[in-house]
Design a protein around this ligand. Structure first.
Ligand SMILES: [Fe+2]
Length: 154
């Protein structure tokens, strides 16, 4: 690749790159949930990486499927504990999960139909990451606090 092409790619990567690492500010106080959030962030980063390194649509959809699979598993874990503890925020929390799952399903269709467009790449980077961080810091933290108050060790 010539210099110009290289610098173009760098600009693109610089603009798209939103690195989210798990740190204590994302802790909900429940080790099991924290561990699952770390894994979720890793899988989301893998998807971002696949897009940023210009992988084929098949590869991107594969990382998206991998993310969806873990998201479903993680949301079920949270909801199972919400059910068992009769958490009053269950319905609202579940609605949030359903909306996120629907967004992931829509993304799969969009990637399959349109390929890895810049708009899609940006929506993964900004929307999904922001959603996850906001969700963890608000509704998941509330649930974590509730579990701790109940003395439930996970
Ligand atoms: Fe949640």
């Amino acid at each position: 690749m010539n210099n110009l092409g290289h610098s173009k790619k760098c600009i693109r990567e610089e603009r798209l790159m939103v690195k989210i690492e798990w740190d204590d500010s994302l802790s909900v106080g429940i080790p099991l949930i924290d561990e699952q959030h770390k894994m979720l962030i890793q899988r989301l980063q893998a998807l971002v990486h696949a897009i940023e390194t210009f992988q084929s649509v098949t590869e991107i959809v594969k990382t998206l499927d991998f993310l969806i699979e873990y998201t479903n598993f993680h949301f079920s874990t949270e909801e199972k504990h919400m059910n068992e503890t009769q958490y009053p925020g269950l319905t609202y929390h579940q609605t949030q999960h359903e909306e996120f799952k629907a967004t992931l399903r829509d993304l799969t269709v969009d990637f399959e139909e349109d390929g890895a467009t810049r708009a899609l790449a940006e929506s993964v980077n900004t929307f999904l990451m922001n959603w996850l961080v906001t969700h963890i810091k608000s509704v998941d933290v509330q649930f974590g606090t509730f579990l701790m108050e109940k003395g439930r060790i996970l």
